[in-house]
Design a protein around this ligand. Sequence first.
Ligand SMILES: [Zn+2]
Ligand SMILES: [Zn+2]
Length: 368
Amino acid sequence: MLIRAAVTRAVGAPLSIESVSLEAPRDHELIVKLVACGICQTDVAMHNSPTRVPRPIVLGHEGSGIVVAVGSAVRKVKPGDHVVMTFNSCGQCPTCRQGIPAYCAHSESVNFSGQRADGSVALNCNGTPVHSHFFGQSAFATHALCTELNVVPLRQDVPLELMGPFGCGIQTGAGAVLNSLKVASGSTVAIFGVGSVGLAAIMAARIAGAAKIVAVDTQDVRLAMAEELGATHTILSVPGVTATDIKTRVGSGLDCAIDTSGNVGVIRLAVDSLATLGTCGLISSAKGADISLNVLQLMLGGRTVRGIVQGDSVPDVFIPYLVDLYLEGRFPVDRIVSYYEFDRINEAVADMASGKAIKPIVRMAGTA
Ligand SMILES: [Zn+2]
Ligand SMILES: [Zn+2]
């Protein structure tokens, strides 16, 4: 079928919306007609990287929409179902078999190779292959091909256009608090970096009943939003801020800290601010940077530093849970999103970079 997709071509060039053709679904695949797709920092990083993904490619990995076609072996969903797509996994490796798909042994190939396991791609432009299957979806398009493994059925009474980010950024922030660190009622938690992922963590910390919820960021506007969403303390992260400053402001060390910034100095600050037996979760890859930590401080205090992917989410379980919280008014994700029509996708990317938009979502509904 012919679809419209935002294609990443040359480095530095904007996304270009083009007509491309999409293959029919294979046995375990299905096609989703997109209603909307969130834009995540990972999309921007891949778009700007000369080597991280093959080109040309269609990015986008926070797609939501309606199932329009299913392969012969698909049982999980049927045409007409409302769904969100999430990260992909292989379903076969030891961690997938343990029900922990976020740490799939084949995560790199099934999310970033731009093709199926057999090397084929699902998209072409006038006969020239275009890489597909980014995060098992390539959802900057009017239609996307995914599999049963990375599609999550939704209840029909939620606004579909809001649901895409639940498949990545929102579950990442909320899951770090609720699944990975299991933030306890009455505890002290700080989120370093309150973009969309960090703000999801702030909202989740309130749901968890944390007594002190600390937002640390370089932008006043984000700190103000964090305060509206549940932060009890906000700290402007300026050069020279120390762990002692943070502990003084908060009145204690941190039981839990979460870094979303990927900034090595900020990670060190987060770890240094931990209370005895505190844990620091690292959500950002920090572009693969090394960090230096004090072993004595970690050891004597029984402190933990751990990496977290996708908030340890089991999407089929965790996303419906978050959706219920949203509908109960306890998880107001709608407060942090800005909508753009699909043909304004480059403006949405620019607004995310400038801080004008916290979580941009592009809508495909009106795209011919
Ligand atoms: Zn796997
Ligand atoms: Zn993402």
